[in-house]
Every structure is written in C-alpha cells, then in structure tokens.
Design a protein around this ligand. Sequence first.
Ligand SMILES: Cc1ncc(COP(=O)(O)O)c(C=O)c1O
Length: 375
Amino acid sequence: MIKVAVPITGKEEFNALKKVILSGKFVSGENVKNFEKEYAKYIGVKYAVAVNSGTAALHAALASLGLKKGDEVIVPSISFVSSATAILHQGCIPRFCDVDLSNYCMSVESLEKNINKKTKAILPVHFAGSACEMKKIIKIAKKYNLEIIEDCAQAHGTKYFGRKVGAFGKISCFSFYATKHMTTGEGGIICTNDKKIYNFCKVFRNHGMKDRDTHFQLGFNYRMSELNAAIGRVQLKKLNKINRQRINNSLYILNKLKKTKNSNNWFEIQKPIKHIYHTYFWCPVRILSKKITIDQVKNRLKKKGIEIRARYKFPLYGQKVFHKMKNKKTQDYKNLKLLNSEKLAGKIFGLPNHYKLKKKHLDYIVKTMESLFEK
Ligand SMILES: Cc1ncc(COP(=O)(O)O)c(C=O)c1O
C-alpha cells in the first residue's frame, strides 16, 4: 500500500525526547522558549507562543483580540472544523464565506459580500499548503477596519510574494498535529508582531496566571510541554527539506496529470494563485464528474494499493454543531448553499506525496489515476 502519510520522526527526535525525560523538567523550560524563538524567526515575526494544539492557538488568537459574544468572524466553509469551532469557543459567530473553485481557498468576492456591522475579524485558511489572496484580503480588512487571523495549520513554510504565510495577519496560528508538514505529536503555535497579543496569549495558555498566586484573566491549560517542544525544535530544522520533497513529488505527479487526458476527464488538478510557494500539504485533485463520488475514488485507489486523503465531505455550515448554536446568527446555516463550496465538498482529495516515495511510486500513481475510470 502506498500510504498517504508516513512518520517523519526518527532518531534525532528520540534523542531530544530522551534528554527531556532524563532532565525531569517537563513544563515551561528552555525547549519551549527556544522553540518559540526559532519558530518566530522561521516565519519572520517578532513573537511566538507555543500551545498544545492548533485549535488552542486559534482560540487564544480570537480571545487576544478581545472579541465578544455576538461578534462575527468570517471563515471559509471548506476547512477543518476547528477553523470555525474555535470561533464558537470564544462565544462569537462564524459567518461562512465561499471558496475559490480553482485554489480552494477563501473567495475574496464572497468575503466582502459577507461583511456586516457585526463583523470583527477575517479568518483566512491557507488550504492544503496553498495560500490565500492576502493582498486583497488585507485591503478589505483595512477598508472595513477588521482584524486578520491567518489559519496556517496546513501551510508551514508556504510563501506569498516571497514572504511566509503567518506573517501577514495581526495573528497567525499553526498546528503541529502528527500528519502536518512538521509535528510535535500534538501542538500548535501563535505568531504575531504585536507585543500585547504576545503577552495576552502567554497568560491565556497558562490559567490566566500572572504569577503563582495571581490569576487576573480567564485562561486555560493550553501549554505545550517540553517533550513536544523538543520534538518541534528538531522537526523545524528538517522542515525545509521535508517541504522540498513534498513539493517535488507533488509537482512531478501534478505536471504529468496536467498533460495527460484522463479518461472521461473525471478530475482536474488544483490551480493555485500566482506568486506563491506552495508547500503541498496535499497533492490536491478535484473530481469533476458528477457521477463519481469520493468513496468510489477512495475504494478504487485502495484496491490498486494507493491511499488518499479524502476530507471535507460537507461544507462547514452543513455540520450539526453549527445548527445547534445558541447565539443569534445572521446566516441560516441549515439552508445555506454556497455555490463553490457545494461543488467542492466531497469532491477534493490528496494523493500521496511524502518523502519516502520513489519515482516508480509516483509513476504508478499517475498511471493509476489516468485509467481509474476507463471503461
Ligand atoms: C485548517 C486547520 N485549522 C485548524 C486545525 C486544528 O489543529 P489541531 O488539530 O492541532 O487542533 C487543523 C488541523 O487539522 C487544520 O487543518
């Protein structure tokens, strides 16, 4: 079986962990501090705060802006659920905008149409290693006086006009979940150039604690442990190399798939926007045929020994968690139908692109894709 993802950790991570275990210092030590400094430098921002998940990072980011009950945050409807549930955690209202049919990221036109008096922030998601139209999003944010929180959980090292994503918004959030570009096991990080936000997030992740006996704001236990940070420091050193391998494999497959006529034209490949350095969290493909379902593709490829990443069967507004929301919403989620989101949900998937794949595997993936629905 050609797996869609393989472990990217090894001896170096093991040795780093061993050191922490032998030291007995598991919390708030040098690894977390140094990992934050190193990650901030990598992204090109002044500050970073490490937390224990990407979702915790998003929650802290929303809280740091002082967003209140009833405030709206605009988020694309094709993403992982916590891009939007983090908004609920803060008592705010997600307002779903459509995505672009070619690159699967937030549609700038739909974003602007969804702004109203309650809107306080925009939460663009750099989908599957791609990047959003940040220049246009920043222009809109300035026009309506809105904050930007970038969700970079799937885009470590992705660049837009030469600058890393995560350095554009007031705040940005990354996840280090096991299958991401780099991992800490579980984990996340908040990046910002704003000292106040940095200070807020440090306290927010640690029970709202100023010192051992003073708790002056509501907080959580969102701390990253020394164990996770130690893995992260090793992984960060490898990140560019891991990304280059992902990129090379993805481009090899996608360029071949672009050139060949697939039988019945049942799929097309993603068309990212220009001027980006795409890090291909997914090697992204869209099913064009109305008759072909994601499960059929998944099962047929599985039979041929190829595993895929098939996610986002429904647009986020189709998830019951949002229908049950108590806050007064300005969108009827249950009956919402955003044109492109409806076309993409359950129709996009990622082919294997990890570093262990050899040319023969890549060629096999291409050949199998081309003939998958041959009569
Ligand atoms: C776009 C996006 N946002 C947020 C998250 C949440 O990250 P975590 O799983 O670390 O909480 C993920 C993780 O899968 C994600 O893909």
